[in-house]
Design a protein around this ligand. Structure first.
Ligand SMILES: Nc1ncnc2c1ncn2[C@@H]1O[C@H](COP(=O)(O)OP(=O)(O)O)[C@@H](O)[C@H]1O
Ligand SMILES: [Mg+2]
Length: 384
């Protein structure tokens, strides 16, 4: 591995930069986005920033330690944070349906809003349209950023986690997809064949609305058409607002005050996904701060390499009984050492093919990260 291509990712400089107002943690599912977002937020808060972190799907125990027991879509102070440098940490968990409802309430008269919120088509769409969670995460980010700008809340940094979609690209694609769905023209297009009595409209619906089969059954048939018609009538004036908002938030993501942190696992596929995402950020003019390779197996310089551990295990075993426990431990070490070598290779190749992009390797912890102390340790690894 050539050292020449190793560009460090200075995470502490990023979170200390007062010009940075929004940090977005992206990556494919399960790589540690939520953990990284929470750890960055805690570290930034303990370094003196006034942080709000928007988590999307925190694991239960992590949610509990962040005080996220009520799903009420409101940021609340996190206990156990060292605020001696003047910082603070508020955390919230995204309630997708509630956020959608809030958008409706903000854009329609109270009467109309009530009508829409009760509409069965709206209810199905707001909780299961493909991309709703991504759209609502952006919507919430926009709201938090506005509250910060208006001085309504005393924050100076918003850190957002992104939804657990398979692909990180979904986060960037969803607003446009949902925006064009909510655009009146598309719905009217759908309505035309349906009104004529054909089933073509329903087919398009099944493609766009990814609903559970029970809801689907409820949706098919005359009742659905009526619901959709009522929905369209009620929301006629709202679509523009939706689209505009999605565009505004998308633009916010491209501002220099925003920094994307791409999280990846040290595995070939995860790293390839991360590369796609990085290309996409570049082509959309979105600012990438760096890449976090999370859960890497690392071997200390003084630790035994795989080859020597294997030799030793073989030797112990050939010496006969009495050494079986030591030999078994050595074999476990062989596994770890091999994983470490593989991870180092993946990371090295990634670095070599992305010179100039900062990379931070976060070692895998012995236990899951589910409390403030665990987050602080991840934060220390991020800052190291
Ligand atoms: N560096 C790490 N070491 C050990 N466990 C980790 C690490 N990072 C994340 N985890 C664990 O991996 C699981 C998935 O992490 P999470 O942040 O929820 O991923 P994502 O949000 O990308 O789906 C969680 O149980 C978390 O505690
Ligand atoms: Mg997550």
């Amino acid at each position: 591995m050539s050292k020449v291509t190793d560009t460090p990712f200075d995470v502490d400089a990023l979170i200390a930069d007062p010009e940075i107002r929004v940090v977005v943690c992206c990556g494919s599912g399960g790589v540690g986005k939520t953990t990284t977002a929470a750890a960055l937020a805690l570290r930034a808060a303990e370094e003196g920033r006034r942080v709000v972190v928007l988590t999307i799907d925190p694991a239960l125990r992590l949610a509990q330690s962040l005080g996220l027991t009520a799903l009420d879509n409101t940021p609340r102070p996190v206990a156990g944070v060292d605020t001696s440098k003047g910082g603070s940490l508020d955390a919230m968990m995204l309630d997708m349906k509630r956020t959608f409802d809030e958008v409706v309430e903000a854009h329609a008269t109270p009467d109309k809003a009530a009508q829409i919120l009760q509409n069965p088509f709206y209810q199905a769409m707001s909780s299961s349209f493909a991309g709703t969670q991504e759209y609502m995460a952006m919507e919430k980010l926009g709201q938090l950023r506005t509250q910060m700008a208006d001085g309504e809340r005393d924050w100076d940094l918003v850190i957002v986690d992104t939804p657990p979609s398979r692909s990180a690209l979904d986060f960037l694609d969803a607003p446009k997809r949902l925006g064009s769905f909510l655009d009146g023209r598309f719905i009217r297009l759908l309505m035309a064949p349906a009104r004529a009595g054909g089933r073509a409209g329903l087919k398009i619906f099944s493609a766009g609305v990814n609903v559970a089969s029970m809801v689907m059954t409820k949706l098919l048939g005359g009742q659905m058409l009526q619901d959709v018609q009522t929905f369209v009538a009620a929301t006629d004036t709202m679509f523009g607002g939706f689209r505009e908002r999605a565009e505004q938030t998308y633009a916010l993501l491209g501002r220099p005050e925003t920094a994307f942190v791409v999280v990846a696992a040290p595995e070939r596929d995860a790293v390839r996904e991360a590369s796609y995402f990085i290309e996409r950020l570049a082509s959309d003019g979105m600012p990438l701060a760096g890449v976090v390779v999370n859960r890497a197996q690392v071997l200390g310089a003084k630790q035994l390499g795989a080859g020597r551990a294997e030799e030793a295990a073989d030797r112990l075993e050939s010496e006969g009984s009495g050494h079986s426990l030591a030999a078994a431990l050595l074999r476990i070490h062989v596994d770890l050492a091999e994983t470490a070598t593989r991870h180092r290779g993946v990371i090295g190749r990634f670095r070599a093919s992305h010179p100039g992009i900062g990379v931070k390797v976060v070692p895998t912890q012995a236990v899951d990260v589910h409390d403030i102390d665990g987050l602080r340790e991840i934060g220390a690894a991020l800052g190291a």
